[in-house]
Design a protein around this ligand. Structure first.
Ligand SMILES: [Ca+2]
Ligand SMILES: [Ca+2]
Length: 269
C-alpha cells in the first residue's frame, strides 16, 4: 500500500477516536470496520487487515472474508480450524509465533483460536518461537520467591531516587518497613481499588521482568489461602512479608533486620 494512502487511513482513524462510555467491544469493532469501508476496493483488503484492530469477538484476528455480495473485506473473526503444522499446506510467513504470555504457537491462527476459546485477548509478542521456554517453578524456587519479589519491589521503589550512599539491602529493613513496602505495592497493583487483588490486577505484575517470574502464578495461588480467587491485603502481607522472613531465617540462619549485618541507623525505604 502506498505510504500516503496508509497515512490517510491512519489519520482518519486517529481523527475519529472510538469514544463513548463503556466502550463496548462490539460497538468499537463496528466503528473500526466502518472507518475502513471507504477504502474497500481502493486498497487491498490484506493491507486493510493490517490496520484493523480487533476488539470483538475477544481473541479474534483480522481475516479477509467475502461480505456476501462478493466484495472482499477485512473482518475480525475467531478461527474455527487452523493448519496444525507450520508448513501446511504452505509455509506461513507468520509461523511459528510467540505470544506475550511466553507461549509458542505453531502459527498465528492457533494463537487466536486459543484466545477465542478462552475469551482472553492475547497479543503477539514476536515472530518465531519464544526464546525462553516456559519452565516450571520448583518447590525450592517457590520458597525463595516471596523474598525475591519483595526485593524486586524494593529495587523498583528506589529506582529514580537519589541517594548519597548505597541503600541497605532488604534484609536490613524492619518488619514494619517490609509491611509498608508490601502494602504500597498492593495499593499500586489493585487497579480497580476494591481492596483485593484479582488475576486481572496481577496480569501487569506477572509479565514484568522480575526474577523467577515463572513462580508468580504458583505463588499467587498459594497466597489465596481461603481459595476465594482473590488475594486480600491480609493474605498478601502474610504471604509476601511473613514468608520472606521465614525463608530468609531458615536459609541464612540470620534474623532479618539484624544490626550486626546492617547499618545502625534505621534505613529508609
Ligand atoms: Ca482489585
Ligand atoms: Ca483470598
Amino acid at each position: 500500500m502506498p505510504c500516503i494512502m496508509r497515512l490517510a487511513i491512519l489519520m482518519t482513524l486517529a481523527l475519529h477516536p472510538e469514544t463513548g462510555m463503556g466502550g463496548r467491544a462490539k460497538r468499537k469493532q463496528r466503528l473500526a470496520e466502518d472507518k475502513l469501508r471507504p477504502y474497500l476496493g481502493r486498497v487491498s483488503p490484506e493491507d486493510l487487515c493490517d490496520l484493523l484492530k480487533c476488539h470483538s469477538p475477544i481473541g479474534s484476528w483480522c481475516q479477509v472474508v467475502s461480505d456476501g455480495g462478493g466484495v472482499l473485506a477485512p473482518k475480525c473473526v475467531c478461527p474455527r480450524t487452523c493448519p496444525r503444522h507450520v508448513c501446511s499446506p504452505v509455509c506461513s510467513k507468520r509461523a511459528p509465533v510467540c505470544s506475550v504470555l511466553g507461549k509458542t504457537y505453531g502459527n498465528e491462527c492457533l494463537l487466536h483460536k486459543e484466545s477465542c476459546r478462552k475469551r482472553h485477548r492475547t497479543g503477539l509478542a514476536h515472530m518465531g518461537p519464544c526464546i525462553v521456554p516456559r519452565s516450571v517453578c520448583s518447590d525450592v524456587e517457590l520458597g525463595q520467591f516471596p523474598y525475591r519479589l519483595l526485593d524486586w519491589f524494593l529495587l523498583l521503589s528506589r529506582m529514580g531516587g537519589s541517594y548519597h550512599s548505597p541503600p541497605p539491602p532488604q534484609s536490613c529493613l524492619s518488619h514494619a518497613q517490609r509491611r509498608t513496602l508490601a502494602e504500597r505495592w498492593f495499593a499500586q497493583l489493585d487497579r480497580n481499588r476494591d481492596g483485593e487483588l484479582s488475576r486481572r490486577d496481577l496480569r501487569k505484575l506477572r509479565y514484568k521482568r522480575m526474577p523467577l517470574e515463572r513462580c508468580a502464578r504458583r505463588f499467587l495461588q498459594s497466597c489465596d489461602t481461603d481459595r476465594s480467587r482473590k488475594v486480600t491485603l491480609q493474605e498478601w502481607t502474610a504471604c509476601l512479608v511473613d514468608r520472606s522472613e521465614i525463608w530468609f531465617q531458615d536459609f541464612m540462619s540470620v534474623k532479618m533486620g539484624s544490626h550486626q549485618l546492617c547499618p545502625v541507623s534505621q534505613p529508609r525505604l
